[in-house]
Design a protein around this ligand. Structure first.
Ligand code: ATP
Length: 196
């Protein structure tokens, strides 16, 4: 695959990945393309197939994974999520830098592949702030909140290990975090040795 190296964004649920990515893509719609994941979970209100996710039946996704069609996959809250090779290829074909928003299990699998992306970890200022933001987002039940927070500790532990990510961005103040993200991308992704 010829093109700029993709970007992998990882961080606990609620750390601000979507917020930062939406801003990045709005500011530079011509440069970046979001890799659309597959999931076996049901669409939420307002979610469109092929836009937010490719929604797929569990048996079909299990078969596709067995067929080697996925670069990474993970189970979260009883549902399968994954990145297909075709979804990455679609972004490459449009001449854009491919962005993957994936979680820790996925990152570990991508590291075994030949994708060679830039790895960015979005860290919340603290678990307490993470909890406050998830509560304010108003998307979680008591149970899913607990699950996300327990995963968060594990993800942060992995995220801060030197060498696991190319950059760790603490999302304290949103404007500063975005400025750090932009600086990294401008220096390493858009101007750096991004061809392979
Ligand atoms: N720096 C910040 N300061 C205050 N609030 C923030 C900041 N960054 C994000 N938020 C808010 O925190 C909440 C979580 O952010 P967001 O949905 O972007 O997280 P996420 O990492 O994409 O989560 P998920 O993995 O569950 O999709 C949102 O309501 C968002 O508006």
């Amino acid at each position: 695959m010829i093109g700029s190296r993709p970007i992998v964004m990882c961080g606990p649920s609620g750390s601000g990945k979507s917020t930062l990515l939406t801003r990045l893509m709005t500011d530079h719609p011509e440069k970046f393309g979001f890799c659309i994941s597959h999931t076996t979970r049901k669409p939420r209100v307002g979610e469109e197939n092929g836009v937010h996710y490719h929604f797929i039946e569990k048996s079909a996704m299990v078969d596709a994974i067995k067929n080697g069609e996925f670069i990474e996959n993970a189970t979260f809250g009883g549902n399968l999520y994954g990145t297909s090779k075709a979804a990455i290829e679609t972004v490459f074909k449009n001449g854009k830098v491919c962005i993957l928003d994936i979680e820790m299990q996925g990152v570990k699998q991508v590291k075994q592949s030949d994708l060679k992306p830039h790895y960015i970890f979005i860290n919340p200022p603290s678990i307490e702030v993470l909890k406050e933001r998830l509560l304010a987002r108003n998307t979680e039940t008591e149970e899913s909140l607990k699950l996300r927070l327990s995963h968060a500790e594990e993800e942060i532990e992995y995220g801060i290990v030197p060498g696991n990510f190319d950059i760790i961005i603490v999302n304290d103040d949103l404007d500063s975090a975005y400025a750090r993200l932009n600086a990294f991308i401008n220096e390493k992704v858009l101007e750096g040795s991004s061809r392979y």
